[in-house]
Design a protein around this ligand. Structure first.
Ligand SMILES: Nc1nc2c(ncn2[C@@H]2O[C@H](COP(=O)(O)OP(=O)(O)OP(=O)(O)O)[C@@H](O)[C@H]2O)c(=O)[nH]1
Ligand SMILES: [Zn+2]
Length: 202
């Protein structure tokens, strides 16, 4: 992993004016982002979100998943605290890429769940890699985080890089008739730390 910081700028949003930091992974050509707010390079754990790219949910208003809702909610919570970081990682479709995600959606349209669809295409259920994180965190001076996620793999990834996760904060939002089965599969098959009542009450 060779990650290079390229540039930073202001990014005004409806909730706060974030600073946007751009990084390039010269091995894969992927361009990753961090949106930050406030002073991060001190000992106070940083409210953080690791968000994997979901073009359909984040930009195209898709109701098939909860990604866009989680993205907004995370930015709102960081803005409310006035301090935090959102890492926007370009690992679309849990790492299989956009076009393969469309192939997976096609299989889901025919009855497969999100895990079965990946497997039918010859992929593991989750192909993501978080090895860009240590360099990004180091660049920003972040030493420990309060991580907004339901996914234990993300917590384990931090631990494996020796970065302290002070607290895991659940992020259950965005339930709708089109993503209820998807959320059930996350809870039942992908090991997400949430029970139906958690996302059904939000
Ligand atoms: N292969 C595949 N990827 C999907 C599907 N639905 C959503 N995704 C991808 O799943 C990823 C979801 O990312 P996150 O929201 O960061 O992670 P998460 O594992 O759901 O964990 P949380 O932190 O609890 O939200 C994105 O890369 C989406 O593009 C699907 O049906 N198939
Ligand atoms: Zn999504």
């Amino acid at each position: 992993m060779t990650l290079r910081f390229v540039a930073a700028s202001r990014l005004p949003t409806p909730w706060a004016v974030f600073t946007m930091h751009g990084f390039e992974d010269s091995e894969t050509g992927k361009e990753h982002l961090a949106l930050t707010l406030g002073e991060l390079d001190n000992t106070e754990p940083v409210l953080a979100r690791i968000h994997s790219e979901c073009l359909t949910g984040d930009a195209l208003f898709s109701l098939r998943c909860d990604c866009g809702f989680q993205l907004q909610e995370a930015l709102k919570r960081i803005a409310a605290e006035g301090r935090g970081a959102l890492f926007y990682l370009r690992q679309e479709g849990r790492g299989i890429g956009l076009l393969n995600k469309i192939r997976a959606y096609h299989l889901q349209d025919q009855g497969a769940d999100t895990v079965e669809a990946n497997e039918q295409l010859g992929f593991e259920a989750d192909m993501r890699d978080y090895s860009m994180l240590p360099s990004m965190l180091e660049h920003l001076g972040i030493k420990s985080v309060r991580l907004m996620t339901n996914n234990p793999r993300k917590v384990n990834a931090f631990a494996s890089y020796g970065i302290q996760v002070d607290e895991r904060i659940p992020l259950t939002t965005g339930l709708n008739p089109y993503n209820a089965d998807y959320l059930d599969t996350k809870a039942n098959k992908l090991g997400h730390l949430m029970k139906p009542e958690d996302y059904k009450d939000n």
